[in-house]
Write a protein that binds this ligand. Sequence first.
Ligand SMILES: Nc1nc2c(ncn2[C@@H]2O[C@H](COP(=O)(O)OP(=O)(O)OP(=O)(O)O)[C@@H](O)[C@H]2O)c(=O)[nH]1
Length: 613
Amino acid sequence: MATMESLIGLVNKIQRACTVLGDHGGEGMSLWEALPSVAVVGGQSSGKSSVLESVVGRDFLPRGSGIVTRRPLVLQLHKTESGAEYAEFLHAPKKRFTDFAAVRKEIADETDRITGKTKQISNIPIHLSIYSPHVVNLTLIDLPGLTKVAVEGQSESIVEDIENMVRSYVEKPNCIILAISPANQDIATSDAIKLAREVDPTGERTFGVLTKLDLMDKGTNAADVLEGRAYRLQHPWVGIVNRSQADINKNVDMIIARRKEREYFETSPDYGHLANKMGSEYLAKLLSKHLEIVIRQRIPSIIALINKTIDELNAELDRIGRPITADGGAQLYMILELCRAFDRVFKEHLDGGRPGGDRIYGVFDNQLPAALKKLPFDRHLSLKNVQRVVTEADGYQPHLIAPEQGYRRLIDGSISYFKGPAEASVDAVHFVLKELVRKSIAETVELKRFPTLQNDIATAANEALERFREESRKTVLRLVEMESGYLTVDFFRKLHMEPEKKQEKNANPSGPNNDRLNDNYLRRIGSNVNAYIGMVCDTLKNTIPKAVVYCQVREAKRSLLSNFYAQVGRREKERLSAMLDEDPQLMERRTQIAKRLELYKSARDEIDAVAWK
Ligand SMILES: Nc1nc2c(ncn2[C@@H]2O[C@H](COP(=O)(O)OP(=O)(O)OP(=O)(O)O)[C@@H](O)[C@H]2O)c(=O)[nH]1
């Protein structure tokens, strides 16, 4: 069976770890909140700090008039076997305080650091651990005193602010409330009891503490309260006699004060019969014992919470990706795997399965034919232009039979118009491919965590696409040039064979005459060229897409990242790690999760070890 010390020590340890990680508060139910803690609540000057100090057996809290406690103080008491007493602050972890006057000063300074020297309050806690053979394992939270009026220099809202802050601690179901009330005031007006009743109506987690018993009017006593008749709680009331202000001023030692307190009860005619259940030492033991019971009850639910959280953290780690290995070979492998994952997505876009590849067909099916249709052959083959070209081609010697040179020039001129739509198709497909690269990178889940690699892949892919575009451009231009380079002879032979019935009877069949190049003759040349160009157009409508697919689409599928692979393979280990750089926020998040995971796992181990001892 676990001992009391080990159980409370365990909770102390876990709380401390939670604190280091900033695990308390925040989103969801945290481990911190699942652990029991003791909060000290009371009106101003009710004796909260004095009770805390007697429990610890040391002077270490700032004193003065007005509200001195202006930030929550999370005080963890660690019982040590022997040796010197010392204190440590979470905000100055490397510094051991053995002088408790310095601890007091540090609390005051640290309070001012957040709140300024004003009388404002802050709900950011100060964490203090005290290691001593004279304490019991316990975590206590000292809170600002509840007050009814704001004093000079404080905002009007301070009364409410303090109450809200204190309430935020005591309303947690795992908070044990140490409600401090001074005996020289009517218990019915106690701020502590009022708040405790509100958040814990059944009184099962409230411990009533009555201070200043020695300051009661002569002839009156607090037996009614201490024996539970005035205000009933589930736990017995504990009476306390702290040092008076005069004692404090005289520097009366805590140990002596404890002895005097013991003597007070033992010799008191009013409380002598309760003596063994009164005093700060008894209170410390009572709390510690209660805490142990509570912890024991809570262990199953704490373990459940821990296990649930471990599962959640693991799931989140899986989602954002596990840390990357440091080995160069493994990194190279990982980069190539990631590239392949991208490549798969990219191919799915082209081959179907993912949208986008169809837009390439759109280029061939709509854009290209539409552009071809718009070419200005009407203008180029107008009577006027045909006449101009043919005459120019003839030069000083008009053609004898047929205007061979004129035909060639008209055809060449027309064919060169095809370059525009051919290049436009190349560009259009280029942009579709580029967009698909962008989309594929965004859609490759595995790449999400690696912004640098995403960039590298995008750059490499775009460079490759640029090369393919250039190759494709050359190829389609060549197709067009090939059409000019050698004309289809058959077409003209057939023309020649056709009966020239449409020719005017009086026109000179051999061509030119005095009003050489009459309209009908020119129209015929124009329509012959037009028919030939129509044939070329039909051919190019088919061959341009073939060239584009061959040079760009097929290459993109085959070798989009080939150069990149070769480069990566030659890279140094440092460059590989750099490529696998992640979003700093993500890395930070992963470290956070890993740390919390560590905390929860070690908490589980510790609980296992203690609970089954
Ligand atoms: N005689 C006597 N004086 C006490 C007792 N408890 C507290 N005092 C005195 O009451 C004054 C206030 O006590 P603190 O312990 O500072 O009270 P507090 O509730 O912590 O005060 P704040 O943090 O300012 O709200 C001090 O001067 C103490 O010496 C007691 O049991 N007997």
